[in-house]
Design a protein around this ligand. Structure first.
Ligand code: ADP
Ligand code: ZN
Ligand code: ZN
Length: 820
């Protein structure tokens, strides 16, 4: 760390991971005056090319690189953002998912705290006078108009100008002094929040009797409660703000800024006591608890819906805390709130930190700091919580509903939080518990081959019966008209009796909007998104046709693009139409809908859940959102409108997803005292994903599905890496994909040792255009991950990839979950 040169002072060098798409970390030199501020896990501002960017300090080093070493510019944090112990986890993640280390760290950190230097063009006073009078090309005129309105980023100007853009033109303007190129730091908005508190001065040598009654009230509050936030004093006394300032001037009290944590949920949760465990729960807690603190071990907790898995997690967590170990709990991403989160807060109160996307960036940042500081010893959150910055040893990592696809992060860094949970547990010598009523095939297979230990809960708490599930064949009513094609008489009759008994009904339909795909009744032309080649969905309330992939929408009064006909009709139904039709059939019932459209506003989902609990809703209609994690004690009938919607997708996991979804939805019935009843409508009454879901027979589903995977060589028998190629030019992209596929095949032919890697494709992706980006994909398959990784690295280094940089984006998806 201290490199003494023969005739100079000691040089301090550090390794920095910059938040840019580069694979190496870089070495920088630390000016002596910055040395005291520096620590592993802090951000530093470093020169990089022509810019200055944020980097993360990884370690001191004595490796002197070949190139000239530059100085760091400044240290950006007072406190480290992550403990040194996390660096090995970041490195593992970067390596396995083939993603730049600096970007991995950036993804892991709470959003809103990264600084980057941004270039802006500003028009000068000189430019204001001169530029407008110049003979300008149309594109230059447009740029000029925008510059007159305010500073513009280069990328924005480039977009405005389109193909006509020329950088040399901008450079010329800059030389003339008409525009100025400025570098400004941006981002980094999230800071600790401070609140003003009033507190007593050290010696309140006051005669209380001589104070006005208002002032006396304030003094009394402070004497009984200690320091109080000004906003809280206001609720005691409306004039408090004014008064407190006057009292501070008179030396009667003191006002101070305090750093506070933003309260993520705001609503108080009543503390609870652990209930007496059932025999099965007790057995599960005892055997998993015995493994705590004794090294790495993974358990698969397979417990039927309603078997009380959450209570098992809670008691294991208590045992880990007793040993002084931290606990990490992952829950599926469901808009804002989950019952698991509430349960942990009720049991463990203040030592729970929450991390999920429903929090504001300020709240996330605060929660993050509480974990770093050791104030929170339990972190509960959605997939990104896998990066919770515990400085101490984690003893227990729980993944609830481990089969849930939302653990897979799409986007730049494509990680799977469930898989990373096992990795992080191994690094900490911790126990990992993966829980589900419908375990992923991958985890069940790992349990079968001994990698995981399986613990089963077969019975519901209180011995409630699992719901009775009846299949109804939709083909029998195919010829009916309108909504009658989707509602069997059996389902309608069951709904009627349930409502008469004053119980609640849940209808599940996995498609939001009014209708499914739209076509022209005259020429048969499908109504598609103009950016995505995907059928639009009719949303009646807004009266628009909307694309569910890019958000594009157009007025529903528009005509057929091919023949101009106004007769556009919808095939199939969505939740919005179902809600309307159900209300017509049951005019006195209170009907509500829960999908992405009705829960967009903050608090909307919580309101629906509360209304349901307080029985202000008789019939709830919902998409897969209703299947996740909620416990609705008074729902006794679940109607699955069409079980097949996810079955026909071109993805080898379609059967697994369908089974999981159906079994989970069915499991929402009969969670209270009254036994539940499920009617499952389908066009494929004999399909094994559907019959096994009816029988709630996970083992039989597993037996058939695993056979299919084995025969076709799909995971878990092989590993996969998907190469995703996207670009705005369809022909260029197609040609590129073909050439890359060819290059890959040649590489394999020359290298027999990698012959175990197999290339599938390249093919045009099933969703072949999203938001005007064309998409191709190539799937690589092999029995082991190491040769696959090596092969992908070579492929990415191929000159074709380099030659098309900037025009074609090549993304890597290790262990892909979505293949479309
Ligand atoms: P799962 O997650 O396995 O589907 P939950 O954890 O939601 O099941 O438990 C179902 C219900 O049973 C919850 O309301 C929970 O509070 C309750 N419960 C769990 N364990 C017990 C117990 N030992 N005694 C009483 N109630 C329990
Ligand atoms: Zn679209
Ligand atoms: Zn038409």
């Amino acid at each position: 760390m201290h490199e003494a040169t023969p005739n100079g002072p000691t040089i301090h060098l550090i390794d920095v991971a910059v938040a840019l798409p580069v694979f190496d970390s870089y070495t920088y030199r630390v000016p002596v005056d910055l040395l005291p501020d520096l620590a592993v896990g802090k951000r530093v501002l470093v020169p990089f090319g022509r810019r200055r960017v944020t980097g993360y300090m990884l370690q001191f080093t004595d490796q002197i690189p070949d190139a000239a070493v530059k100085n760091i510019v400044s240290v950006l944090d007072d406190q480290p953002l992550f403990p040194p112990g996390m660096i090995s986890f970041f490195r593992w993640t970067a390596d396995y998912y083939m993603h730049p280390l600096g970007e991995v760290i950036q993804t892991a950190l709470p959003t809103g705290i990264n600084l980057a230097e941004q270039v802006r063009y500003t028009i000068s006073d000189h430019g204001r006078r001169e530029l407008g009078g110049q003979p300008l090309a149309p594109w230059e005129r447009i740029l000029c108009d925008h510059l007159l309105e305010g500073p513009c980023r280069p990328a924005f100007l480039r977009r405005l100008a389109g193909d006509a853009f020329s950088q040399s033109r901008l450079d010329a303007w800059e030389k003339q002094g008409w525009i100025v190129r400025q570098q400004a730091l941006s981002g980094g908005r999230t800071r600790p929040k401070t609140v003003r508190f009033a507190s007593l001065t050290a010696t309140p040598s006051l005669d209380m009797g001589r104070l006005s009654s208002a002032r006396r009230t304030i003094m009394e509050v402070l004497m009984t409660h200690g320091p109080v936030a000004l906003s809280d004093l206001k609720s005691v006394l409306p004039t408090a703000a004014h008064l407190v300032r006057a009292m501070a001037r008179d030396g009667q009290l003191r006002i101070e800024e305090r750093v506070v944590y933003r309260d993520p949920l705001g609503d108080p949760i009543t503390p609870d006591q652990p209930p007496k465990l059932t025999a099965e729960q007790h057995q599960a807690v005892t055997s998993m608890g015995a493994a705590l603190g004794k090294g790495f071990h993974t358990f698969l907790l397979a417990g039927v819906t309603g078997s009380g898995k959450t209570e098992v997690y809670l008691q294991l967590a208590a045992m880990a805390l007793e040993q002084g170990l931290a606990v990490l709990v992952l829950v599926p991403e469901i808009a804002l709130i989950s019952q698991t989160e509430r349960a942990f807060r009720a049991r463990f109160g203040e030592c729970v930190a929450l991390l999920h996307s429903g929090l504001s960036s300020g709240e996330r940042y605060d929660q993050w700091r509480r974990i770093m500081a050791g104030e929170a010893t339990i972190a509960v959150g959605a997939r990104s919580a896998i990066f919770a910055p515990f400085a101490g040893t984690i003893g227990l990592i729980i993944v609830d509903e481990e089969h849930d696809d939302s653990y897979k992060q799409e986007g730049a860094l494509r990680y799977n939080a469930r898989d990373l949970a096992v990795v992080r547990a191994r690094q900490h010598g911790a126990v990992a518990v993966l829980g589900s009523a419908t375990p992923s095939l991958q985890s069940a297979y790992n349990a079968l081959n001994g990698k995981f230990s399986k613990i089963s809960l077969y019975e519901r708490v209180d011995r409630q019966m699992l719901p009775r599930i009846v299949i109804q064949d939709l083909t029998a009513i195919r010829e009916e008209r309108g909504i009658r094609r989707f509602l069997t008489t059996e389902l309608l009759a069951a709904m009627r009796t349930t409502l008469e008994r004053k119980e609640q009904v849940l209808l599940f339909l996995n498609r939001r909007g009014f209708a499914g795909s739209l076509i022209c009744a005259d020429c048969g032309q499908a109504v598609r998104c103009k950016h995505c080649d995907i059928s639009l969905t009719h949303h009646q309330q807004a009266n628009v046709y909307q694309c569910h992939y890019c958000g594009f929408s157009r007025s529903a009064v528009s005509r057929c693009e091919r023949c101009g006909s106004a007769r556009i009709i919808g095939l199939g139904i969505g939740t919005e139409r179902l809600e309307m039709e159900i209300q017509k059939i049951f005019p006195t019932a209170r009907v509500a809908r829960m999908d992405r459209d009705t829960t967009r506003r903050k608090g909307a989902l919580i309101k629906i859940l509360k209304d349901l609990r307080d029985r202000r809703i008789d019939i709830l209609i919902g998409t897969q959102m209703v299947a996740k994690g909620h416990d609705y004690p008074n729902i006794t009938l679940v109607g699955i409108i069409c079980a097949d919607l996810s079955l026909s997708l071109p993805d080898f996991r379609a059967g697994e997803r369908t089974f999981q979804l159906l079994a989970q939805v069915a499991g929402r019935a009969g969670r209270g005292k009254v036994p539940g009843h499920v009617i499952l409508q389908t066009y494929n009454p004999a399909h094994f994903s559907i019959t096994t879901a009816r029988d709630q027979d996970y083992d039989e589903f597993f037996r058939q599905e695993i056979e299919f995977r084995k025969v076709l060589g799909y995971p878990p028998f092989t590993r996969m890496v998907q190469i995703r190629m996207t670009g705005p030019d369809a022909q260029r992209l197609a040609a590129f994909a073909e050439r890359l596929g060819e290059a890959g095949r040649q590489m394999l032919a020359q290298r027999p040792v990698d012959g175990r890697v197999e290339i599938m494709g390249p093919i045009e992706a099933p969703l072949h255009r999203i938001a005007n980006q064309f998409r191709w994909q190539m799937l690589l398959k092999g029995p082991a991950v190491v040769p696959l990784h090596r092969f992908v690295r070579e492929l990415l280094a191929h000159k074709e990839v380099q030659a098309n940089r900037g025009r074609i984006h090549v993304g890597v998806d290790v262990d892909p979950v979505f293949l479309m």
